[in-house]
Design a protein around this ligand. Structure first.
Ligand code: 4FV
Length: 245
């Protein structure tokens, strides 16, 4: 799978993918990431990529020509999907990340200034992606988030596939609490069930804790109909336990 990132600040990406699972995936060529300088797709001596907005608004807007040329140059074939990072986009979540990971090529356009000429949105991209309802100074950080989140769904990127399966949101709920040594820290003990060796009991405890945390911190994820009857029961059970405490 290949990501192509189009930006006026290619240097911002030197460090981002130089560690962790994405770096390992790059080394093993499970995924390829190419970063392209938008200015390389200008034709004037000033390598102009932006201009003043028509209609007298403040700020500057990225011009359409360099963006169209860049996408047409890097798109391997018609199968390459093109996305603009923008606050107007579909909010990134595990579902969208998994979808992107199934593409052969994903081209990400990083906006800057007030944004890009609307003809890019209307006539070039397959869609817009937002990483959240706030305004960034550029799309670069958002592009890095999209690449990192999607890459984890590419087989072979995350060593133990199991950990992707157990990731938050993979089962529609948040992840279970994790503990490591020391068994006691400043009097704070690791729950003894984790030393019981009873894997079924441990798995049930973990799932219950994940449900509890989700109900507490993301009630939107455990709304009516969102949980299986078993999970609903497990959640009720934990509620009763806590009321007894
Ligand atoms: C953004 C977001 C975002 C808008 C104007 C870049 C900025 C500037 N991208 N999710 N939120 N982009 O704020 O993806 O061009």
């Amino acid at each position: 799978m290949r990501f192509d990132i189009i930006t006026i600040f290619p240097e911002m990406f030197t460090g981002i993918f130089s560690g962790g699972v994405v770096k390992r995936a790059l080394d093993r060529e499970v995924v390829r990431i190419a970063v392209h300088d938008l200015r390389d797709f200008t034709t004037d001596k000033h390598r102009q990529v932006d201009d003043r907005p028509f209609g007298g608004l403040e700020g500057m807007v990225l011009k359409p020509e360099p963006i169209f040329r860049a996408v047409e140059a890097v798109r391997e074939d018609a199968g390459g999907k093109v996305y603009l990072l923008s606050p107007q986009g579909r909010t990134l979540d595990a579902g969208l990340a998994r979808e992107l990971a199934s593409e052969r090529q994903v081209i990400l356009i990083c906006g800057r200034y007030e944004g890009v000429d609307e003809r890019v949105v209307e006539h070039l991209v397959d869609g817009e992606i937002s990483i959240g309802d706030y305004v960034l100074s550029g799309g670069e950080l958002a592009a890095a988030v999209v690449v990192d989140a999607a890459a984890r769904f590419i087989p072979g990127v995350v060593g133990k596939e199991g950990s992707v399966r157990n990731d938050s949101f993979a089962g529609g709920i948040l992840d279970c609490p994790q503990y490591t040594r020391p068994r006691e820290f400043r009097g704070l003990k690791v729950p003894s069930v984790l030393f019981s060796g009873d894997h079924k009991r441990i798995e049930r405890w973990r799932h219950k804790k994940a449900l509890e945390k989700t109900a507490r911190q993301r009630p939107d994820l455990v709304g009516p109909g969102a949980l299986s009857p078993e999970d609903r029961e497990l959640l009720e059970e934990s509620k009763n336990e806590r009321t007894k405490e």
